[in-house]
Design a protein around this ligand. Structure first.
Ligand code: UGY
Ligand code: MN
Length: 264
């Protein structure tokens, strides 16, 4: 159950409800714990709740949102917009149809890329609800390069790589790395406790981060933030960033990153 849906207990105010929160919205980053992210509905989705986590109103150049789909709920009609979509199934299972392709069943850890201008439908399996994190981004075309085609997969089938050589780190690149057709990456980042980046990063790329497993401390701008599962971070361009995983087991997050395009 999402924290905002917890039943109120008479006479009890939940700790942190009055004025104490881990939420921070700065000029070029936002730390967003789930308990404050209120829900809405979308006309093109039935039996589905949406919680927006990043949007142009925040300063982001993309949108990221959590879809909470009831059993048998999903798109009310095929959705076709001039934007790219990326989906990752956090819990539950859905059937996804891209264009005229046959439907594919995606279970926990399943993901899909839908190119701009291509239609899709999604429906939750009847047995249980699903939570699907989504990214929506305007496609930045590059001269002489064709737009990407659709991708569907399960992260369990993707290879774990580590280009850093640092022990205790791992990467699963859900979209092809270095493929100039794509203007963003979606990466699963794995960290053993205590293993951080070699330096504080300060780069032009934006990030949308959803914490999937473990816990730690996140450095944003010039302050540290305690992070747990289901927390979301938007990192704007040139936001100084570092992750220090704590806890006894691995930490994993899903990371959006815009890449492969020049500055205009
Ligand atoms: O690839 C990245 O930019 C990544 N190391 N950043 C991050 O996890 N905040
Ligand atoms: Mn980074």
């Amino acid at each position: 159950m999402h924290p905002t849906d917890l039943p109120a207990q008479p006479g009890v105010v939940r700790p942190g409800a009055i004025g104490h929160s881990r939420a921070v919205v700065g000029r070029n980053f936002a730390f967003i714990p789930p308990e404050g992210v209120l829900k809405s509905r979308l006309p093109a989705w039935s039996s589905t709740t949406v919680r927006f986590l990043a949007a142009p109103t925040l300063g982001a150049d993309f949108a990221q949102f959590m879809l909470e789909i009831e059993p048998s709920g999903g798109t009310a009609r095929p959705i076709c917009v001039d934007l790219q979509h990326f989906f990752y199934v956090v819990t539950g299972a859905v059937d996804l149809n891209i264009g005229t392709d046959a439907p594919t069943s995606l279970t926990e850890g399943g993901f899909a890329y839908v190119p701009p201008g291509v239609s899709f439908t999604m429906s939750c399996h009847p047995a249980a609800p699903a939570r699907v994190i989504a990214v929506k981004k305007r496609y930045e075309a590059a001269e002489g390069i064709a737009a990407p085609t659709a991708i569907i997969g399960q992260h369990q089938a993707m290879p774990m790589t580590n280009h850093t050589g640092l022990q205790g780190r791992g990467f699963k690149h859900l979209l092809p790395i270095g493929d100039l057709r794509f203007d963003f990456e979606m990466n699963l980042m794995f960290f053993q406790p205590g293993v951080c980046f070699p330096a504080v990063e300060t780069h032009i790329m934006e990030h949308g981060l959803l914490m999937l497993e473990g816990q730690g401390l996140y450095y944003l701008g010039n302050s540290w933030h305690e992070i747990w599962v289901d927390d979301f971070i938007w990192m704007g361009s040139f936001c100084p960033q570092q992750f220090y995983p704590t806890g006894a087991s691995q930490s994993v997050y899903l990371l959006y990153k815009n890449v492969n395009r020049d500055v205009t």
